[in-house]
Write a protein that binds this ligand. Sequence first.
Ligand SMILES: CCCCCCC/C=C/C(=O)SCCNC(=O)CCNC(=O)[C@H](O)C(C)(C)COP(=O)(O)OP(=O)(O)OC[C@H]1O[C@@H](n2cnc3c(N)ncnc32)[C@H](O)[C@@H]1OP(=O)(O)O
Length: 688
Amino acid sequence: MAQYTTVNGSVALITIQNPPVNALRAAVREGLFNAIQKASSDPLVRSVVLSGQNGTFCGGADIKEFGNVSSMSGPLLVEVFALMETSMKPVVAAIEGFALGGGLELALACHYRIGHSKARVGLPEVNLGLFPGRQVIAGEALKLGLLDRVTDHNTVDTALAFAKSVEGKPLDNRRLGNRPCPPLENMDAFFEEAMKRVRSRARGASAPVVCVQAVRGAATLPFHKGMELEKVLLGTLFNSGQAQASQYCFFAERAGARWSMPSGARWDTCRALSISTAAVIGLGTMGRGITVALARAGLSVVAVETQEHQLAEAQRVVSHMLKGGGQVSYSSDLQAAAEVDLVVEAVFEDMALKEKLFKLLSSICKPGTLLATNTSTLDIDRLASCTRDPQLVVGMHFFAPAHMMRLLEVVYGPRSSPEAVATAMQLGKRMGKVSVAVGNCPGFVGNRMLKPYLEQAYFLLEEGATPELVDAALEEFGFPMGVFRMTDLSGLDVGWRIRKEEGLTGPDVPAGQPTRSRHGHRYSPLGDLMCERGRYGQKSGRGWYLYDKPGGRVARSDPWLRNFLEEYRVRNALVARPIHRQEVLERCLYAIINEGFRILDDGIAASPQNIDAIYVFGYGWPKHRGGPMFYAGQVGLARVLEGLERYHLAHPDVPHLEPSSLLRRLVASGSPPIHKWNQMVKGHRSQL
Ligand SMILES: CCCCCCC/C=C/C(=O)SCCNC(=O)CCNC(=O)[C@H](O)C(C)(C)COP(=O)(O)OP(=O)(O)OC[C@H]1O[C@@H](n2cnc3c(N)ncnc32)[C@H](O)[C@@H]1OP(=O)(O)O
């Protein structure tokens, strides 16, 4: 766990050994403690170098231990730090790879720190519901005073030579605990301003706010008092629901990589195809972002757009985004895709258009080309059936802006081969995405769950709510944007087009259909009516809110909308009633959760973790709430079930509010913890 050797006669070299990231689990802490003691008591040793195995200093405390603090053994981290800092022999940290969280604290307990120029250091625990904040690379760390020296050479060798050179030198001013924090002018005003800013950005997350309190304590109190305060504050966070949710997200983010298909094919048994060239077809907003994401991942990309003016504009925008990096060529001819390894289709969400395109691509592209569609809802299998090799067709559903959003839904149809899925998943990894493999159904996972969410939001407007009221409740919950601000941003016409495709609105709706009902179920035409009036959201300068100009970003309440809703209610004999924030949250969130349970039961998602990763990384679900499925567990499955039953009773014509059979089965079996839910799924697949 901590290897001990002596080098150059007088330097003890301690190497942390706990792959893959040298996390500080109990055995490592114990090993470090013993090694420092050994170095201190060996009269031949005059200095110490601390390093990590395999080019990795340390990824911090072992997050897997956090769920089970009471059974934790071995010395505490602070005890290891104290032993190191008070050592009478200089201790030099040799930082390669990364020193994060407790790993950086370990380095800070050393008397000197030498970092490789590519090393990253930081305290990212805020992402785990603990404090503090961001990561920096070695050069910046040097400027900040976190490192004493940066090297491009072998870091351990440099540190060994350095340790030798400081043997016998005084250490008092090298101990960080002895160094005063330089005073700031207007300290109080500074921290009050910082607190105000952090609170407004934290969207209900406690860790960033508590972090400011801890930093204030560190800056204003004597060292030991600051440490005491930090211990108390950390205690308030450590066992909080928010910390549990954030730590769950850490593992959910990585769980998608261990994908499986109902056929039994899985991540560790399938080989990905080799991909070095790609074509992106259709250069609207999505196509441009996808081009950038693929080029940044090192692929040579040909970007194809048949409309010349759109092609020229895309070339300008993509070149600007890539800033000279990346290999991209442009063409208005589909033949340019003939020799590529991968095609990503990103044209309009129109089945007939996509079918035609897939047929063409299938005849143009060389055998073995992977054909991917960026559709957000349409049937992958129907597209596959237009091609020569349906096993080489998958969905790669990116999220706007595609070069920035972390999520990639990789959609497999019944005929997609495991190799095709493995290839898309590996590409996702190359692009730095959180990739999740999901089955084929309308909307896949993310948009299938979005549908009941939007539906509830529209129904709430019909019943008396305003977009402002609904959005405020959701933003207070932690979403970066409420549902109406979000649809204004993405464009109301997107959903309108999909509803037309589904025959819910537009010319295909049979004459005489009631305005607020489809197939015997409640339907709200509000979104359609808005689009018929040209209110597409930000792009048209007006949607659920008013913007100063088309493309404007600042949303204002619109008196027109209030009148429009009032007239709509009168026309449809609806009586507005006061709606409470709690009802907004329960109806919107429980509707999402309920669909999540159905998706799990249908085998469309392989685990609740996968669903949660999709919602956190693609739909703005707040990380400190852990994703919809985790949140359901925190609220209590019985309470979610009771809420759905109550709302379904009040709205029997809304099938999305009818509790899913999996939720009922889970509650009947005593609401097991989330990692056991898969055992209750129809045709249960293993939890990997
Ligand atoms: C009990 C009281 C203690 C109180 C102490 C409080 C003070 C200290 C707190 C902390 O130190 S909290 C931890 C802070 N560290 C982090 O937040 C770093 C988290 N890890 C990462 O950011 C990345 O993993 C990485 C270190 C940058 C490496 O990235 P890379 O892409 O190379 O690999 P990954 O796929 O992310 O990880 C590989 C593998 O390792 C697991 N893992 C990573 N970090 C930890 C960790 N700190 N503890 C336990 N496990 C960790 C990760 O889950 C992957 O595992 P698998 O999914 O492959 O099984």
